[in-house]
Design a protein. Structure first.
Length: 248
């Protein structure tokens, strides 16, 4: 009995130590970044670094505003493209598609999540960029190279597509069947049942899927940089080049 109690205390103590180490790693990363940033912070305030438009490191100008705006533009564009498509796709797969199609489609969607980002980047350079340059941009601007916020948003939307669809499908499948049957028995159509019962019940899970997609969109690197143009100027429209601030 004493040995069992001793083992429990040792295991609980070890778990506490590992938990503290996990949190400490985050703090250590923050301290390390601050320490390495001190030479710049001694000459410029944080507000000056964030709000400045000029990025010329060799001349001592470190304006992060173009990178921040580039990140927000590309991420916002990808979310605006991905959310409607993913939501409608998940509704069809969960509520309308036959089982044979569902069993074929979901594994294919999950396979997209395993494709390396550089492959998406090459696809974006060879297909999306010429598409934007030749067929989309001429309707809105006089000239565009195709390496734009729109191209980055499209590539990033395709990259986060599997994550959103998989999560929303799982969430919709957890909704009790009795709720659907009760709504249909009261005279509601299938679409009314989905819109007013299923989606309302699944809304917390859908929001969680969107939050996870946004977090992944912020973290994608090489594929986005390959198609955005990498010009350190804050974009004014979706047909301008951008330089998203991406972690390496």
């Amino acid at each position: 009995m004493k040995i069992r109690l001793f083992k429990d205390k040792v295991i609980s103590g070890a778990m506490l130590v590992f938990s503290i180490l996990s949190v400490s790693m985050v703090l250590l990363i923050g301290v390390g970044l601050y320490w390495r940033s001190l030479p710049i912070l001694q000459d410029y305030s944080v507000w000056e670094l964030i709000s400045s438009n000029v990025w010329r490191p060799l001349k001592g100008s470190f304006g992060f505003y173009p990178f921040i705006m580039g990140t927000l533009w590309v991420t916002g564009m990808s979310i605006a493209i991905a959310i409607p498509l993913c939501l409608l796709t998940a509704i069809y797969v969960s509520e309308y598609a036959p089982n044979r199609f569902k069993n074929f489609f979901l594994p294919m969607i999950n396979m997209l999540a395993g494709i390396p980002p550089v492959i998406y980047g090459v696809w974006g350079v060879l297909f999306v960029v010429p598409l934007v340059q030749k067929y989309v941009a001429p309707f809105f601007v006089d000239f565009s190279t195709g390496f734009t916020v729109l191209a980055g948003g499209i590539v990033l939307a395709v990259m986060i597509f599997p994550l959103i669809v998989s999560i929303i499908v799982e969430v919709l499948q957890t909704i009790p069947k009795e709720l659907r049957e009760a709504s249909l028995s009261l005279g509601a159509t299938k679409w009314e049942t989905i819109k007013k019962v299923v989606l309302r019940k699944a809304m917390p899970g859908i929001i969680a899927a969107i939050v996870l997609a946004v977090s992944r969109a912020f973290g994608e690197t090489i594929a986005v940089l390959m198609v955005c143009g990498n010009v350190p100027i804050a974009p004014q429209s979706i047909f301008d080049p951008a330089y998203p601030c991406r972690p390496y």
